[in-house]
Design a protein around this ligand. Sequence first.
Ligand code: FMN
Ligand code: SF4
Ligand code: FES
Length: 617
Amino acid sequence: MDIRLLDAEPTSEERAAVDAAIGPPTSAWDGGERGSDRDAHTATGGASMGGRRHELLPALQALQARVGWISEGGLGYVCERLNVPPADAWGVTTFYALFATTPRPKRVLHVCGDIACVARGAHDVDHALETRCGPPISGAPAGDSVVIDESRGAWMHSPCLGMCDMAPAAFLTVAGENPIERLYGGVTGERAVELLRMTAPHAGSSASPPIPQRGDPSLVLLKRVGEVDPTSLGAYRAVGGFRALATAIEMGPEAVIAEVVASKLGGRGGAAFPTGRKWEAVRAQAVRPHYLVCNADESEPGTFKDRLLMTHDPFAIVESMAIAGFATGCSTAFLYVRAEYPLAFARIENAVRQCREAGLFGDGFDIQLRRGAGAYICGEETALFESIEGKRGEPRRKPPFPVLVGLFGKPTVVNNVETLANVIPILLEGGAAFARTGTEQSTGTRLFCLSGAVERPGVYEVPFGTSLRSLLELAGARDLKAVLLGGAAGSFLRPDEIDLPLSLEGAHAASTTLGSGVIMAFDQSTDLHEVVRRIAGFFRDESCGQCVPCRVGTVRQEEALHRIAHGKTLGGVAGELALLEEVGVAMRDASICGLGQTAYAAVESAIKRLRLYEVTG
Ligand SMILES: Cc1cc2nc3c(=O)[nH]c(=O)nc-3n(C[C@H](O)[C@H](O)[C@H](O)COP(=O)(O)O)c2cc1C
Ligand code: SF4
Ligand code: FES
């Protein structure tokens, strides 16, 4: 590994940004002034500095937010401060899409080019920007020759921004002493040009997201959304907030876990693992400390339910984390939010602060917040641990599983935001009562993210077992051509397949998956070939590159789909489909993590269920 020090000096602006994020240096050995008596006699660093590695991402985020990109001088200063070899830090910096390593204008508009936004006019936004502001910039390093024109700003394409309910979406970042980050929905071409050209710091904000079932008395997880002030602990307590934590403390940790087991709550992050069993396993570990991680990375295209919960009911997420930490013996909890959710992050940060100040966490428990930096793979639980630890988000091989060896090598409970939110009704009603809603194997209600060709897009809460057809009708699906269930890692269904019950059993029987609750509808006007190519492009972009089947397979898959699209097949369409199958099976069977294992799923369903490529053959 290259451990040479970088020659370039940081600017005063870069120093200030890093110092504000990780504190000022304490001696000449970590980037401060030389001269104190202590410096003359003692060297600090090495192992004693290793404990600060987890501050690498926050330090890089501070540079990016202040300057708009991460220069050699800035990176070198971070390396000096945290004692990280420059080559290692460079590897981390270049892993995350929201870090730039070449000069960039301070104002950048990230325009969603993913499927739900394309289905609702994202191409028009691209066209307006391209004709009036010039071509998009690329995320890839572009050398040192980039000419910065600060008056113009820059725009670039982004994968799903988690705002498909208000598609088309865009994410604005303005670097500076008071950086701006804002997620916008309902973006038109005109609005996008305005956002990019505006020089005033305040660019307005998005309207509230649509909550189609607002006021429905059957809502459980969404009942406070839009009804209770999400910024006030008092307002949350006035509607019964923190009663569940008080109940948990009265019951004791074992009884809490017994209720969660009795509820048969399954994880809502995609894998549907029984939550109670996970909690039991961590509680039983003698090794200390235990960690709790709330996975709020939510980057599966078409998923936006966790954003809604965090933005509009943040105290409930904080309360449920306190309960989970209490039950499983975790002293420190981390909540990792994707970078593109600045409002959700601010609301959660405010909720954590108010609860901490009110003494609601009790002794020995606290919640730390972390932000992603633009990497879908960091939603995979072990990649997320790596990211919190200040490394590239590369998934670990399992076993060992996180309940034994997780964050910082310690027993770790990792749960999705929606999973944790269910803990409150479980404690208030009892696990058995909770299990009476839904089906035998899929208990409780589930949040589904409806987007695409529906009249009323948004997050819907229904009991497990509700039919896909009735949910599509509720959302006003029209003129259906296909439905994507479970997101990019899920599969397409034909209009004649939508009577399936939305439960784990129902999805399994229909050889599909509910995944993270994505239901994306496509009408007759949709070019499904383009949608499938976009999904393939997404996996190619987001593969961490660590294992060959996924790194190579996702590229080969996309290439074959492009050859079919351009009529330049190798061996005809049949030959390309055979190649896709071979590559897909290799990815599914030999990849390290779920990304590679599911990268062929949607493509396969387009081939076999929709028979999308038959007419071309
Ligand atoms: C590529 C990939 C991305 C994932 N992204 C997320 C995510 O954004 N949010 C999430 O909760 N789980 C995600 N998961 C699932 C997590 O690995 C893990 O199963 C989940 O956080 C566990 O919580 P749960 O049991 O409450 O569902 C992802 C998995 C894979 C393979
Ligand atoms: S399957 Fe893909 S994303 Fe997962 S570890 Fe391998 S290369 Fe990385
Ligand atoms: S926000 Fe654009 S597809 Fe999700």
